[in-house]
Design a protein around this ligand. Structure first.
Ligand code: UFG
Length: 322
C-alpha cells in the first residue's frame, strides 16, 4: 500500500491513476483545503491534515504502508512571498510530522514533490541537477530545505528518498476524468484556456522584454500524466533498492509564453483576448530542464508534446467536472 499525501490535488490525483494502472494499491491523505474529493478516483481516502499527528499515527497503524509519495504542500510562489509563515509551517513543519510518523511506523521510502524553484534564477540552461540551489522565494526555499531534511533523515535514520523537481506541470487526463482545477488559478495554460471559454475577460502576458527570442519567458512544460508515470517509476526504483536521488522532470524543450499562447489559439480555434503587461516579480527568463538523469535512472521518457498538453487541458476545461 502506498500513502499518497495530497492525492486529491492536481498531480497527486493523476498519480493515483498511474499507480492503479501499475497495480499499486494506495491510500490518499488530504485535508481538502485545495484538493478535490472527486479527483480521487482510485484507492482509499482519509481526510486529515499533516498537522494532526494523531491522525497520521492512526493512518500508519491502519494501512500496511510500504512507501510514501508526498505531494501535500502549498504551491503559490506569489503567496509565499506575502505569507512565508504559511509555507514554512505547512511545507516544512507539517512535512516533518510526516517523516516522524514514518520513522515511528518503520516506513523508510519516500518520493517527494520538489520543484525547479530550488534553482532560483539559473546560470545554465538546460539546468542540470548539480546546478547551485538558490531559491528566490519562500516556496522554493521550502522545497530546497525539505530535500536537505530528507538527506539528514537518510544519514541518521536510513530513510531513502527520490526528490522529483518538476518543471511546468500542465495538461490533463486524456480520458477527461480529471484535470487542473486550482482556486485561485495562476498558471499560464489554464488561464489562457479560461479566457478562451470566456470565463475571464483576457490573459495578461507578463513581460515582453526578457532576453529571449520573442521577449517573453521560456518554460519547460511537462504533461501531468508524464509526471505521474515518473512517480510510479521512482517508486519501483526505490522499492527495488535504489539509492536516494534528486531528479529533474522536464522535457528539455522550452516554449515562450507567446508561443504557448499562439498554440492555444490554434488548438482552440479561437482568437483569445490578451494584453501585454509588465513582468511578474520573481519570474526567471528561462527554465528548461536537463532531463537526462531521470531518463537514465528511471528509464522514463515524457510522451506528450506541448500541443498534446494543451489539447488535453482544453478538453478538460471545456467539460470541467470540479
Ligand atoms: N504567465 C503569464 N501570464 C499569466 C500567467 C503566467 O504571462 O497570467 C507567464 C509567467 O510569467 C511565466 C509563464 O507564464 O513566464 C509560466 O507561468 P506559470 O505561472 O504557469 O508557471 P511558473 O513558471 O511561474 O511556475 C512554475 C511552477 C512553480 C515553480 C515555478 C518556479 O508552477 O511551482 O515554476 O519558478 F515554483
Amino acid at each position: 500500500m502506498i500513502l499518497v499525501t495530497g492525492g486529491a490535488g492536481y498531480i497527486g490525483s493523476h498519480t493515483l491513476l498511474s499507480l492503479a494502472d501499475a497495480g499499486y494499491e494506495s491510500v490518499t491523505l488530504d485535508n481538502l483545503c485545495y484538493g478535490h474529493r472527486e479527483a480521487v478516483l482510485e484507492g482509499h481516502f482519509v481526510q486529515a491534515d499533516l498537522a494532526d499527528n494523531f491522525a497520521l499515527d492512526r493512518l500508519f497503524e491502519t494501512f500496511p504502508i510500504e512507501a510514501v509519495i508526498h505531494f501535500a504542500a502549498f504551491c503559490y510562489v506569489g503567496e509565499s512571498m506575502e505569507a512565508p509563515e504559511k509555507y514554512f509551517s505547512n511545507n516544512l513543519v507539517n512535512g516533518l510530522n510526516l517523516l516522524n510518523a514514518m520513522l515511528k511506523a518503520g516506513v523508510e521510502k519516500i518520493i517527494f514533490s520538489s520543484s525547479c524553484a530550488v534553482y532560483g534564477d539559473p546560470s545554465v540552461i538546460p539546468i542540470p541537477e548539480t546546478h547551485a540551489k538558490s531559491p528566490i522565494n519562500p516556496y522554493g526555499l521550502t522545497k530546497h530545505f525539505y530535500e536537505e531534511i530528507l538527506s539528514s533523515y537518510e544519514t541518521a535514520h536510513g530513510i531513502k528518498h527520490v526528490s522529483l523537481r518538476y518543471f511546468n506541470a500542465a495538461g490533463a487526463d486524456p480520458k477527461g476524468r480529471i484535470g487542473e482545477s486550482h482556486d485561485p488559478e495562476t498558471h499560464l495554460i489554464p488561464l489562457v484556456l479560461q479566457a478562451a471559454l470566456g470565463r475571464r475577460s483576457e490573459i495578461e502576458i507578463f513581460g515582453t522584454n526578457y532576453p529571449t527570442s520573442d521577449g517573453t519567458c521560456i518554460r519547460d512544460y511537462i504533461h501531468v500524466c508524464d509526471l505521474a508515470e515518473a512517480h510510479v517509476s521512482a517508486l519501483t526504483y526505490l522499492l527495488s533498492g535504489g539509492q536516494s536521488i534528486s531528479l529533474n522532470l522536464g522535457t528539455g524543450k522550452g516554449y515562450s509564453v507567446r508561443e504557448v499562447f499562439e498554440r492555444c489559439q490554434k488548438i482552440c480555434q479561437l482568437s483569445i483576448p490578451y494584453r501585454d503587461v509588465g513582468p511578474r516579480p520573481g519570474d526567471p527568463p528561462e527554465l528548461v530542464a536537463s532531463g537526462d538523469k531521470a531518463r537514465e535512472i528511471l528509464d522514463w521518457n515524457p510522451r506528450y508534446s506541448v500541443d498534446e498538453i494543451i489539447s488535453t487541458a482544453w478538453n478538460w476545461h471545456q467539460n470541467q467536472k470540479f
